[in-house]
Write a protein that binds this ligand. Sequence first.
Ligand code: HEC
Length: 130
Amino acid sequence: MSGRTNGILPLLALSLLFTGGAGLRTAEAADPAAGQAVFHSQCAICHSVQTGRNMIGPSLFGLVGRKTGSEAGYHYSTANQNSNLTWTPDELDKYLESPRTVIPGTKMTYAGEKDAAKRADLIAYLETLK
Ligand code: HEC
């Protein structure tokens, strides 16, 4: 019995270590290559990263630093068009966690990414698109 308990403790310590590692990665080194993979699995079905190529959603080329609703030739919802935000990394982090909280009435039907490390990677990738 006590042998069993002793076996579980190191495992617990190990899983704590892993959680700590993920937290550190978010704060210190977001990985654009990992973010590109997230983009391909979660965003590419609706968004292109080629300049001027609008699909179901607007092109995300040059996104970081531009105003909401400013991609030429894309027909935005009035909610997105009038939200008057600038896509800074901070604003994107909030939006990508829960789009409908930041822009109520958006026509983007993406539920959001709850994993902060994945969002950080994704935003690091979006920052390379310029
Ligand atoms: C199901 C399709 C769909 C998916 C999946 C999707 N989007 Fe969107 N996205 C849209 C649509 C449609 C809009 C336009 C929203 C509006 O006008 O209300 C939009 C708008 C946006 C905007 C605002 C752009 C601007 O110029 O103001 C950003 C930023 C964005 N999406 C990022 C992402 C990212 C990053 C992902 C992946 C994590 C993603 N989207 C996934 C359809 C999608």
